[in-house]
Design a protein around this ligand. Sequence first.
Ligand code: ACO
Length: 335
Amino acid sequence: MNKTISAFISGIGSEVPATVITNEDLAQLVDTSDEWIRSRTGIQARRQASPELAASDLATIAGQRALETAGINADELGAIIVATSTPDMVFPSTGCVIQKNLQATNAFAYDLSDACSGFLFALSNGSQYVESGMCQHVLVIGVDLMTRITDFQDRNTCVLFGDGAGAVVISGSKETGGVLGTQLGTDGRFGEILQVPAGGSRMPLTEENFSERKQFIHMNGSEVFKLAVRSMEQAALQLLDHTGVSLKDIDWLVPHQANKRIIETLGKRLQIPGERVFMNLQHYGNMSAASIPVALDEAWRKGLILPDQLILMLAFGGGLTWGASLAKWSLPPQS
Ligand code: ACO
């Protein structure tokens, strides 16, 4: 597609809480070990937000940092899109809370779900507002406090997740570049393999389902593993086909940070060598919608991602949902 306006990533920022939960800490709670968690997942630690913090608190800080790197004021934003499965509350949306916190008086704001893939869905929305000329600047945030919906009595899931927030500013430019394309997909038939059953209108929280721990994540890990690899690989190949970019031209694969073995299998299938695959899940675990923007921010601040490089982002999550997004990086290195 020939675009007259391109959507550039003009700012980026992230925030993770200070409290670290190590594998050894979890081994005090459930029957697990550092060795098991590292070898099956690659995760060594994750962060946990203190009880007084909500999603909007981390997201506001991430958003402020993204605005600073973009060099714009909050009142220049046309929209704020927040990908989260752990909003502050049912409503108002977390987006509206962040709008108030940032004093983004000219923006409209909303949340979208789609679990761990949410950031790429939000990035696609934001890019289209910019490319259509509807907005000049959009703040796209991925935030999740996964420890709030994690069952710390379930060793199958409690070792996997952590809390964090990442944000990008998308800005319009007549130059070519920025977000070059996005491929999104969902398959609701597999919804049951990864879900939080209670707390919505299907199963409002009651004492009974609370005692059955249905307010927490329930997951069939091995099914998720297989489908994650297959869907992200397909999404990547379809996107590259549509955009006419070859795998060998990809400078960085920045995938959803769920499991080292999923990422390594994906890298092998796509024939992207390990040194071009960014991973930080060892420090943070799976932060769901926050995982890709936090990884992007860290890779950029470390000086790994450089201007004009091609970045392939791949995500997968409950729903099932998945996505691939290709961007030409434009932010200069941090001085
Ligand atoms: N410590 C020790 N043993 C454990 C633990 C643990 N923390 N968790 C599970 N086990 C046990 C299981 O009970 C099972 O024991 P059993 O054979 O006696 O029943 C055994 O380990 C093997 O279980 P598997 O499920 O076969 O282990 P696997 O090698 O598949 O690894 C894992 C499990 C890590 C969950 C893996 O399947 C995985 O990562 N799947 C993807 C999960 C994921 O990424 N989910 C989120 C993605 S989407 C999103 O981000 C929302």
